[in-house]
Design a protein around this ligand. Structure first.
Ligand code: PBG
Length: 326
């Protein structure tokens, strides 16, 4: 036997054409969802210090941004509202003239083909910053469901194409599905934040959305980062209740969970490349320590390889530009 190898994996790596033919995973702009923060009571886009390149948008600047995203070919946005007034029960979350409802209408008027997905959760709207209603310091599950249904309905009535409950209350998918169906919105899909972990990676988002809990933390409703079997139970339950798309969030420290969800269910799987994952790349790149484009594309490709069909990412416009130029 020759001392030299007959099997040479390097044969297929010799040039970009060959590498392209054998590439197993592709990243394309069609798979990306871009999160946007729309704030009430500001006139100019307001920078978010911990998320370079991401801003809070005033309503009046939204049409130009909606047009830019549509031109870049970004198929969908995930909208977050930041109201002026917060109260115990998050009333602005389901107010007909609330900031999120207005933002949905602006989007559907200026870029009607762009899919508008809305985050359904009370934390940006409650004075205490928790994702549901509070009694004696506890987040009440069933009382919160009623409000989350109202919130979903008001988003859909304003024109939202998909609702994405991110609160992690038990039973929300079934409750919201029923409420939508009863009001004639049988065709509106639900993207469930199914396996949502209590994560330190949401830090920059809480600055962006002004949604830091005023006491305690979210560990009594979001998942323990140590658990993966429980993540599959969350997914299973959301499927039983009528979810159309299931999500794993965050993405980077949870690639194994994405893979397991992909292998155990047949629904489309979304992954959320969250704020802290974005900020880490930005900070290191600004220091000249890593190549931003290369690292961002590598991370997003990794999330796709793990099994995500679609990715929610703050890099979406950059990726659209990079892929266009490559
Ligand atoms: C609302 C919500 C959060 C994120 C999305 N929806 C914050 C949280 O749960 O604390 C985080 C998104 C990100 O970090 O990019 N509950």
């Amino acid at each position: 036997m020759s001392q030299f190898p007959t099997v040479r994996l390097r044969r297929l790596r010799q040039n970009e054409r060959l590498r392209g033919l054998v590439r197993e995973t592709r990243l394309s702009v069609e798979q990306l969802i871009y999160p946007l923060f729309v704030a009430e009571g500001i006139d100019q886009p307001s920078e978010i210090a911990s998320m370079p390149g991401i801003v809070q948008w005033p309503l009046k600047a939204l049409p130009a941004e909606a047009e830019r995203l549509a031109r870049l070919g970004i198929p969908a946005v995930l909208l977050f509202g930041i109201p002026n007034e917060k109260d115990e029960v998050g009333s602005q979350a389901y107010a007909e003239q609330g900031i999120i409802q207005k933002a949905i209408r602006v989007f559907k008027e200026t870029a009607p083909e762009t899919l508008v997905i809305t985050d359904v959760c009370l934390c940006e709207y409650t004075s205490h910053g928790h994702c549901g209603v509070i009694e004696h310091g506890n987040v009440l599950n069933d009382a919160s469901l009623t409000l989350l249904s109202r919130m979903s309905l008001s988003h859909v009535a304003a024109g939202a194409d998909i609702v994405a409950p991110s609160d992690m209350m038990d039973g929300r998918i079934g409750t919201i599905r029923k409420a939508l169906d009863e009001q004639g919105f049988q065709q509106t899909p639900i993207m469930a934040y199914s396996a949502k972990f209590a994560s330190g990676f949401y830090g920059p988002f809480r600055e962006a959305a002004g949604s830091t809990p005023q006491f305690g933390d979210r560990r009594s409703y979001q998942m323990d980062p140590a658990n993966h079997r429980e993540a599959l139970r969350e997914v299973e339950q959301d499927i039983i209740e009528g979810a159309d798309i299931v999500m794993v969030k965050p993405a980077l420290a949870y690639l194994d969970v994405i893979r397991q969800v992909r292998d155990t269910c047949n629904l489309p799987v979304a992954a959320y490349n969250v704020s802290g994952e974005y900020s880490m790349v930005k900070a290191a790149a600004q220091n000249g320590w890593i190549d931003e484009q290369r690292v961002a594309l590598e991370i997003l490709t990794g999330i796709r390889r793990a099994g995500a069909d679609m990715i929610i990412t703050y890099f979406a416009p950059d990726v659209a530009t990079w892929l266009k130029n490559s």
